[in-house]
Structures are given as C-alpha cells and as structure tokens.
Write a protein that binds this ligand. Structure first.
Ligand SMILES: Nc1ncnc2c1ncn2[C@@H]1O[C@H](COP(=O)(O)OP(=O)(O)OP(=O)(O)O)[C@@H](O)[C@H]1O
Length: 861
C-alpha cells in the first residue's frame, strides 16, 4: 500500500500510462480490444492580417501566440471581407482566435460596434468570457447575459457590454421578444459567434436555426447585417450544416494548421461476469465501475484526468468510487483531489471546479457532457469515456480535452453493456475510419416551424419575401394553418401575431412542464426533472438521486408538476414499467424489397407508465412490483418501419412461437445501433414490434423518433437502411452471449421486461431483410464500417429521402387519410414495449455501481 505522503510518479506519456493501467493483467484477460495511435501533426503558420490592431497582437504574443496558424488567418480574412464563416478544425486548434481576431478588430475599428457570442453550455460561455476579457481593451466590457445573470445586472449588460456572451435560449426568450429594448445593441451587432455549432442538432438544432434566422431579421430591421462566425471541431459537411443553421451561405475553413500532439487511444470492453440480469442474461462489469478504477489509477499516476460519464448520478458515483479506491490505498491526499462535475450544481460551485481543474488542484474529475464543449483546460493527460457519448462528434469532442499541453495523452473508451458500445469496441474502423455523423435537423418539422413562425410574427410582422428563409413552401403551409387556427392574422402587409401575450415556445423540449423535486419535510427545492421523463423518473415510490444523496418519492403530483421526496438509502433501485400503443397515421414512403417492405411516415404513440419494480442493487433481483395510476401521454411523430410478408417469415424459418421474440430482439438491436449513423441517442428513439400489426396486416418492426413531429432520425435510418441493418446484424451475431444480453438484444428500458427475445431469430429476420435489400440493388456499401454517410441532408432535394418519396404507397396513404376523414376510430393498436424516457430508474445496476447509468444530455443553462 502506498503511503499517504507518497509523491506522484513522473509524468508519463499516453502509451506508458496505458501500460501502467494494464500492469498485472494477463494478456488473455486484457479488456483492451484495440489500441490506435493518433499521429503528431506539425504546425502551418500564417501572417497576422494587416488590419490586426497592434495592441491585440501584443496581447496575443504576450500569451504565447507568436504567429497565427494558417486556418486562423484564412477564417479571419474571410470574415473580415463580410463572409459568414465556419471554422471546422480539430479540438484545441485555436478556433477561438479565428473568431476573436476579426471580431475584436471590428470592435477596435468601431467604438460602437458589438459582438454577440452564443455558446451551448454555460461552462463554455464562462470560459470564453474570461478569455475575451484578457484580450480585449477595457471599453469592450465583455459580460454574460444568461440564466445566471442577476436581474439587476441585466440592464447594465444591455447598455454597456460590447461583447455579450449568451446562448440561443436567451436570444429566443430574452433578447428577441424584447428587441425594442435591445434595439440600441442590435443595430450595432457586427458579428454573431456561434461556438460549437454541432451541438445544435435534432429538434433543438432545428429550433436554433430558426432563432438565428429571427435574429438576423431583427438585426436587419435596425440596420445591422452581422457576419456569422461559427466554430466546431466535429461537424460533418461544415459548409452545408452551417448554412442550414444560419439560413445563408457559409464559407468553411477546414484545413487545420495547428500542431497536434500524439495520443494513444484504447478501446476497452469490461468482461462478462458471473452476475446475471433479466432472464439469466450474463452481465458485463459496468463501464462506470471500470472508469472509476481507471480514474483512481490514473490519478495515482499523477495524470490529470477527466472521466466522461453518461448521467449525473454516474458522475457522482464514479467520483465517489474513485475516491474510495484511493482512500483504501492509503492515498487520502489524492482522494481529496477527485471531484464530480455536472449540471444542477450552483454556478459558483461549477466555476470553482473549473478553476481547480485548470489550476491542477484537482487531478481527477468525473463529469457529464456539461464539461464536453470547448473549455480550455490545459494539461489534461488522460480522458476516459465511460460509454459511447451518443455521437462520434461528442466522442472526438470529449477525447479532444486531452493532450492540450502538447504532451502525448491517453484516451480510453470503456464500452458499456449495450449493442452500440459492443459494436464499437470490436469495430475500430467505426471509430477511427469514419468522419462524424451528419448533423440531422428537420427545420420543416411542423412542431418547430409553426411555433417559430409565431415567435417571428410576434417580433415583427412576417412578410412574403421573408418566407423563403423560413423554409419556403412548408412555411407558407404552416402560416395558412396558423391563420386558420386564429394564432396569426393575415393582412396585406404580412402575417401578424393574433394570440395573447407572447408565444410560449420551449426550444429544448416537447413543451412538457418540468417537474420540481421538493423535499417534503423542509420544502427545499432539490432540482427539476424534465416533463417528458418525469413519469418514469419520479413517479410515486421511485428512487431519486440528487448529488449523491438518495431520496424516495412520496408522491408525484402530475397537475402541480411537483414530486415530494424524503431522504432514504434503500437497498433497492426502481425501474418503471410502461406500455406503448402505436398506430400508423400516414405513410410517406414505401420501398418494396421483394418479401419485405420499408416505410416512413407519421405515427401516433400512446405511452403510459403503469407500474414500477423494486430491484435489489447488485443482483437486479425483482423484489416487488407496484401498480401506478398515471395518465397516458400522446406523441405524434415520424417513424421508419419494416413489414415482412408470409414468404419472408418462411424464409427466416420462424415458427409462430419464435416470431414475436425475433422481431422484438431485432428491433432492440436496431434501436441500439441507429445512433451510429445519425446524431441521436438510443434514448431519442422508441420502437414497437409485433407479429401482426393491425395497420399493416403483417409482421412489423417500427422505430420512431421520440420527439413530437420527429427530428429526422427515422428518415435517416431509412436512408441508410442497409448500413444500419448490416451493423445491427453484426452486433447481434458477434456477441458472445448465448441467448441475448444487454450488449446485443436486451434493452435497458423495455416496457415488457425484455420478454420475449429471440437472439438467433433476430439474426434470421435481419438476414432476410438484408438479402432482399441486396437483391433490390440497394446502393449502400457492403462494408458497414466505411465512411459513407450519404448526402448530409437526407431530407434535402437530392437525398435518398426525396427519391424514396417517389415510391410512396399512395393507396395505403389514401386509405389511412380516408379513415381519418370519415372520423373512423383509429386502427386497433399494437400493445407494447418501450419508449424513450431517460430516467433515474434503470436496469439492474452493477454491484459496484450503485446508481444506474442513464444517459442524459447535461447541457447547462
Ligand atoms: N496561433 C497560435 N499559436 C499558439 N497557441 C495558440 C494559437 N492559437 C491558439 N493557441 C492556443 O491553443 C489553445 C487552444 O485554443 P482554443 O481553446 O481556442 O482552441 P479551440 O479550437 O477553440 O478548442 P475547442 O475545440 O476546445 O473549442 C489555447 O491555449 C490557445 O491560447
């Protein structure tokens, strides 16, 4: 055992750190499935643009920036000439300087000009604020205008700050609706910086695209025409993605001139254990447990380490476990230098943690993705990723936190017991041989477009010539609907907001009201849970974890959106049970593939949390089940579905008994794998499978978007169907378990308790579908790992979605529409399975991971 005062060893480069982690592990037992070396890159320098203010240059030189890198000059020059620019170079490649240079030069040239800087997280916003404060002359007065800005300071920011650090939410809720009050600022905006622009994806990204369009139009109204400067280390097809976000052509700068230190990147899969989960399935050691062990080891090696985990409760439990391991080794001194970081902490706490990590006072931090973006914490030696963060873009973003000090770093991806993680651990090409996923957004989603048009009209009446920028024809159709609904009024001069007050539009959620968590005895507000997940996360009787403390919910009051809790540390966790009905509303596309047919369209999903189970921590043993009386909730969304006719079922040699479990298992695995190909998480998706669906009359597997109106994920799945199902089949077929486990066909949130599931049958179902796709000459590559993302915008005019649309089954669509018009009752529903509900109540946790590792997006505002 090491003594409490033992010094840290000398700083080791990444490959030696990995060796140190594996010391004592026999090679045949090594959890490392692959090691990849990221090579060193030499710097390419440029010259300071002639218009660089001398004082700015002096300040930069004093901070070690002697000359700019080539891409910084290219981006700055393009912006200086008035082009919208996206800087899409690697993490820590100095993207900040690329936008600071032209923006600060503009502020120096015009003492009235100002800059709006938008960040997707508060942590990044604060980091950027202090960076600009160091560089800018005092008259720039950089200041934050976000949810943390005290009310009394807001007026000062509006009047005096010339570099305003804010976020799309504040632009949407605070600035645009009050544009008259902001007019003196808005007429002076020279640049709008949109940092980490890849964070704006899915439904949220579609909303943000409209917010930026609204911002441009309001600025123009006051005579300003700001240049948009976007930055992201991980965005596919940057020019296209940025143009779509801003609603105007954007020039991309992609050639990275910054030097890069080498890194050792290991893929790590925890082994199967003796423990069993649902239906006796073998369980792996949890990723969180391995990450905690690795974090402790790395801290003991003196390596400054960030461990990214998938949920707030995991951030706390991983930090806690690492501290305990260090304390048990007699290193109380080091255990004090390990902390957790996540959204939900007070702003001052977060600032202090960021400072301590930067200063090296902290050596290990377990964090959610709240620390993922852009925070310039120098000198990280290692990054652990406990579970795939949902997108390759995030994976590289998180990995990029290491190696900033120009020292070779170590990155370890620890696979979770989950199909996608298992697939990646065994298919390194899918991590290292692929560019990041296309950023999927669907700006024409009626649930986005309608509310955004209302906001725009409430700010300034919408005119004919503005429709194009808001989406053209779909925007016109949406306006007609809004006029018919009485929300807008059509006048000769345009469309006017006719509602009361301001439109109330939530750009981050489905609009469901967040639920407050209140300690019953004291009335203390512990936090909030988003409305969508509240029924499964904080139902009466649920175990709820806040900052490492466990509470049990006494009562969920749905009407008051409030859950009363009391502190308790039981030996069980809770898992919500739900039932889902799905009916097909409309069919958009139909692709006949012999005995199999693939569709996309609109579906209605009804979900109800009906019960919950108490499960013993450690073993997952079900201790009891309790009914719940919660209302059903409706979701109209987009889906992709496959139907298999009798011949297909015969070819798959599936008996009536095997069929439901085979479809169900294929559905689970397909949901687990789709995030490989679209910027979504498995929790963004839901699924239903049934041997005989009343709407199709056939065996059917449905995968749907978990967001009202859809987010483009289902269409993306349809567009890359063969690659998607090829990877799905490989995942199921190569998993070493016998009859299904969480790494292949079991789903952590299955409303039916993963029953029935037939792993072998799933492979046969997928084989038949893949054979039919091949026979139909599906153009997708045979190699599921190659980088073929197809057109970045599957919804775009040239995309596969457009081609597939031509094949719409008009008859089926008509029949469904007719039924709706006739007021016929909706088709009988297929009862079952799971819907996406990130929840605190999860599958049986590992013995050494007392808290389930539910993924959460922990972007903080
Ligand atoms: N031309 C340069 N020469 C030397 N150092 C530089 C230069 N440009 C930037 N840097 C330094 O590189 C580091 C990373 O810069 P910065 O944080 O701007 O990168 P980034 O690309 O914005 O990172 P992220 O991917 O996290 O957003 C900073 O410490 C910065 O001072």
């Amino acid at each position: 055992m090491t003594s409490a005062a033992a010094p840290l060893p000398r700083e080791l480069p990444g490959d030696e750190l990995l060796d140190a982690l594996l010391t004592g592990t026999p090679e045949e037992d090594s959890p490392v499935t692959h090691v990849h070396r990221l090579p060193v890159r030499q710097a390419a320098h440029g010259s300071w643009p002639a218009w660089t203010p001398p004082e700015l240059r002096e300040r930069l030189v004093a901070r070690g920036v002697r000359e700019p890198w080539a891409h910084q000059v290219a981006a700055a020059e393009a912006a200086h000439t008035g082009q919208h620019v996206v800087v899409a170079t690697g993490t820590a490649s100095g993207k900040s300087l690329a936008y600071q240079l032209p923006a600060l030069a503009a502020l120096a040239a015009d003492p009235r000009a100002c800059v709006l800087y938008l960040a997707p997280t508060k942590a990044l916003a604060r980091d950027q604020l202090s960076a600009v404060a160091e560089l800018a002359p005092s008259d720039v007065r950089p200041a934050a205008y976000d949810g943390d800005t005290p009310q009394e300071d807001r007026e000062w920011v509006r009047r005096h700050a010339r570099w305003i650090v804010t976020n799309p939410d504040m632009v949407h809720r605070g600035i645009l609706p009050a544009h008259q009050r902001w007019s003196s600022t808005l007429r002076r905006v020279a640049y709008v910086v949109v940092d980490e622009c890849h964070a704006y994806r899915g439904v949220f990204g579609s909303h943000v695209g409209h917010v930026l369009r609204r911002l441009r139009r309001v600025c123009r109204r006051y005579g300003a025409d700001p240049v948009f400067l976007l930055a992201s280390a991980t965005v596919a097809e940057p020019a296209l993605a940025a143009s779509r976000l801003v609603g105007a052509p954007v020039t991309a700068v992609t050639e990275d001139g910054s030097p890069r230190p080498g890194a050792t990147f290991a893929l790590w899969e925890p082994p199967l254990t003796e423990r069993t989960g649902e239906h006796g399935a073998p369980l792996r050691r949890s990723a969180a447990a391995d990450a905690a062990g690795l974090l402790a080891d790395l801290v003991q090696q003196g390596a400054r380490t960030l461990a990214f985990v998938r949920s707030r409760r995991s951030a706390e439990s991983v930090a806690d476990q690492a501290r305990r391991i260090l304390a048990d080794r007699g290193r109380a001194d080091l255990s004090r230098r390990v902390e957790s970081y996540r959204g939900g902490y007070l702003p001052e706490e977060r600032r202090e943690l960021e400072r301590a990590l930067s200063a090296g006072d902290l050596l290990g931090v377990a964090t959610t993705n709240a620390l993922e973006l852009g925070i310039d914490i120098a000198g990280l030696d290692a990054v652990l990723l406990a579970g795939y963060p949902g997108t390759l873009a995030s994976l590289w973003q998180q990995a990029g936190r290491a190696g900033r000090a120009q020292r070779e770093s170590l990155v370890v991806f620890v696979a979770r017991d989950d199909p996608l993680d298992h697939y990646l651990a065994h298919h390194p090409q899918a991590v290292f041989g692929r560019s990041v996923e296309a950023t999927v957004t669907d700006p024409t989603n009626p649930y986005v477009l309608g509310p955004q048009l209302c906001c725009a009209a409430a700010e300034l009446p919408l005119t004919e010539d503005e429709l194009e920028v808001f989406g053209g024809e779909p925007a016109r159709e949406a306006l007609d609907r809004l006029v018919a609904d009485g929300q807008l009024r059509r006048r000769p001069t345009g469309w006017y907001w006719a509602g009361r007050g301001r439109p109330d539009v939530d750009i981050r959620g489905s609009g469901a009201e967040p639920v407050s968590i209140v300690e019953g005895a004291t009335g203390r507000l512990l936090g909030t849970v988003d409305g969508d997940s509240a029924h499964s996360a904080v139902h009466t009787g649920a175990l709820y974890v806040h900052r490492g403390e466990t509470y049990v919910v006494d009562e969920l009051d749905v009407e008051d959106a409030c859950a009363a809790v009391h502190p308790e540390s039981p030996e069980w966790t809770t898992v919500a049970r739900d039932v889902t009905d799905l009916s097909i509303v409309d069919v958009d596309t139909t692709r006949r593939l012999g005995t199999v047919t693939a569709h996309t369209g609109t579906v209605d999903v009804t979900n109800q949390v009906v019960a919950y189970q108490r499960r013993r921590i450690g073993t997952g043993e079900v201790l009891a089940e309790f009914p719940l009386d919660l209302p059903a909730r409706q979701l109209r969304t987009r889906a992709v579905w496959l139907t298999l006719d009798e011949r297909a079922l015969q070819r798959a040699e599936l008996s009536d008994r095997e069929l439901p479990g085979s479809l169900h298992a294929a559905e689970h695995a397909a949901i687990g794998i789709l995030p490989l190909l679209a910027t979504c998480d498995r929790w963004d998706l839901g699924g239903v499978s049934t041997a005989l669906h009343p709407d199709t009359g056939q065996a059917t597997i449905v995968v749907y978007d978990g967001h009202p109106g859809g987010a483009g994920f289902a269409e993306r799945g349809h567009a890359v169907l063969r690659r998607w199902l090829t990877a799905t089949r490989a995942t199921v077929a190569t998993c070493e378990c016998e009859s299904g486990c969480p790494s292949c066909v079991q789903s952590p949130k299955c409303g039916n308790g993963n029953d029935p599931l037939d792993k072998a049958g799933a492979v046969r179902v997928l084989d038949v579908v893949l054979d039919e796709l091949a026979a139909a000459g599906d153009v997708a590559t045979d190699d599921e790992d190659t980088d073929d993302d197809g057109p970045a915008d599957p919804l775009g005019p040239g995309g596969p979605f457009a081609q597939a649309r031509a094949g719409t089954s008009a008859a089926h669509s008509r029949a469904l529409r007719r039924r709706a018009q006739l007021g016929a009752p909706p088709p009988a529903r297929a009862v079952r399975r799971r819907r996406p509900q990130p929840s605190e109540a999860d599958p049986p946790p590992a013995d050494d991971d007392p808290f389930a590792d539910t993924p959460e997006d922990d972007i903080v505002f």
